[in-house]
Design a protein around this ligand. Sequence first.
Ligand code: C5P
Length: 208
Amino acid sequence: MSFTIAIDGPAAAGKGTLSRLIAGHYGFHHLDTGLTYRATAKALLDAGMPLDDEAVAAAQAERVELSGLDRSVLAAHGIGEAASKIAVMPRVRAALVEAQRRFAAREPGTVLDGRDIGTVVCPDAPVKLYVTASPEVRARRRYEEIVASGEPANFDRIFAEVRIRDERDMNRAESPLRPAEDAHLLDTSEMSIEAAFLAARSLIDAAL
Ligand code: C5P
C-alpha cells in the first residue's frame, strides 16, 4: 500500500520547499494541491468566466489535469486570490479532492501539501505535518522572494495580503485550514528549512 505524507499549513510557511525535499529524499511522488485550485481559477479567468458560479467552476475543476501543473505559470498573486475564492465551493472541492485522492494512492509513496490534506483528503495518512510560521515571518519571506526576483515589493501590502488569505482559508465553512488532531506541528518562524527537514525526517523514519 502506498505511504502518504500529508503536509498542511498557511501560505508561505515553507511547506512547498519542505514537501519537495521530502519527496526527493524518499523517492515519493509530490502533489502541490494548491496548484489544482490555481489551475481551475486560471482557466476560468482566461476564459472570462465568472468566479462566483459554482456549477461552472466545478465543471472546470473536473477537467484539471494533475500532470500538467506548473507553479511558474500559476504563481501570480491574482491567481492565488481567485483560487482561494473558488476553494470555498463544496462542488469545486469535491472534484479536486477526488483527483487528489487518486494521486495519493500512487506507489511507492506520495507527499501531498495543501490546506486540508490531513483533515479531509487523506485522513488516514500515517504521517501528518502542520507547517506554520507567524504572519510577519511569512510576509517577510514572500517580500524577500519578490525582491530577489528583481520585482518591486511593498512589505505592508504583502503582510495585509497574507492576513486576508489566512482569514479566508481558516474561516470558511468547507474544509477550513486547521491542523488535524494527530498532526505534528512544525513552526518554522525561527527554524531553517534544513532544521525543519531533519525534524520531518525523524518523524517519517519512525513511521515507515
Ligand atoms: O497554496 P496556494 O497558495 O497555492 O493555494 C491557493 C489557494 O488554494 C489557497 O489560498 C486555498 O484557498 C486553496 N487551497 C485549498 N486547499 C488546498 C490547497 C489550496 O483550499 N488543499
